[in-house]
Design a protein around this ligand. Structure first.
Ligand SMILES: [Zn+2]
Length: 247
């Protein structure tokens, strides 16, 4: 075998092996260039977002993206799902990234499911997602402006109406009509749950009140509420699904 650099060195009987030297060289040049431009970008903007608040919470599956955007939008960025829900041995996985395609900001959430129930598909409402892995660095200024931000006035109205209007769909329509907004069902649901949490206190802080309020709510309005106590008699798990959520 011989290396052929000029066509006049070729003979008809030669077996040719073409080595794309030029392409390799081009790729090296391209790689070097893109590395350079990435490095320049990183020098220009590198913003780390503190994830303490997110890592301390559990997120209900059907509210995951809405809840996270309630957190991210005031900081100045928007989050989107980067792939569909995946079922793994240890639970359900959701990957969420910054809506800026060039940005590496990403969060991986897992919701555990019981190994015993391999064939059972839980509804999104009962999946509790927790942050497992992340890249909390943005390479762009955080200047996202949300189209539908909840103002103090809107939140007050939701707080006032949440006990008077029967379903969340009705509440969504009333709010969007009154304020000319375009809030999704999940956004309204998140705010109502958030207000309920504020009004009734955090379950671990005031578990007895929480259990009583939830039982009362289910007795009056239907829905589902169950809870589990630990060996020490403390509230360990609680599941509340309002009538509106089951509709
Ligand atoms: Zn970003």
């Amino acid at each position: 075998m011989a290396e052929v650099t000029f066509t006049n060195e070729l003979f008809h009987s030669d077996e040719l092996i073409v080595v794309p030297i030029l392409q390799e060289l081009q790729e090296n040049v391209l790689n070097a260039n893109s590395k350079d431009s990435n490095e320049k970008k990183e020098e220009k903007v590198k913003i780390l977002t503190n994830l303490d608040e997110v890592s301390q919470k559990k997120y209900q599956g059907n509210q995951l993206i809405a809840s996270l955007n309630e957190w991210a939008e005031p900081i100045g960025f928007k989050l989107v799902f980067s792939e569909g829900k995946k079922k793994l041995n240890e639970g359900y996985k959701r990957v969420i990234r910054c809506n800026n395609k060039e940005c590496c900001f990403q969060m991986i959430f897992m919701a555990p499911h019981s190994q015993k129930d391999q064939n059972y598909e839980p509804i999104d409402q009962i999946l509790q997602y927790e942050l497992k892995e992340y890249c909390n660095e943005h390479n762009h200024p955080l200047n996202y402006k949300a189209k539908s931000q909840f103002s103090k006035q809107i939140l007050d109205e939701i707080d006032l109406l949440k006990g008077q209007i029967k379903t969340l769909v009705d509440l969504q329509n009333v709010i969007n009509t009154k304020f000319g907004t375009n809030f999704t069902y999940a956004q309204i649901q998140y705010q109502v749950n958030h207000l309920l949490e504020q009004n009734f206190g955090h379950p671990t802080e005031d578990a007895t009140n929480f259990v009583e309020e939830m039982r009362k709510d289910v007795a009056q309005n239907d829905g589902h509420f169950s809870f589990e106590l630990g060996d020490d008699g403390k509230l360990e798990k609680a599941l509340f699904i309002s009538a509106a959520m089951l509709m």
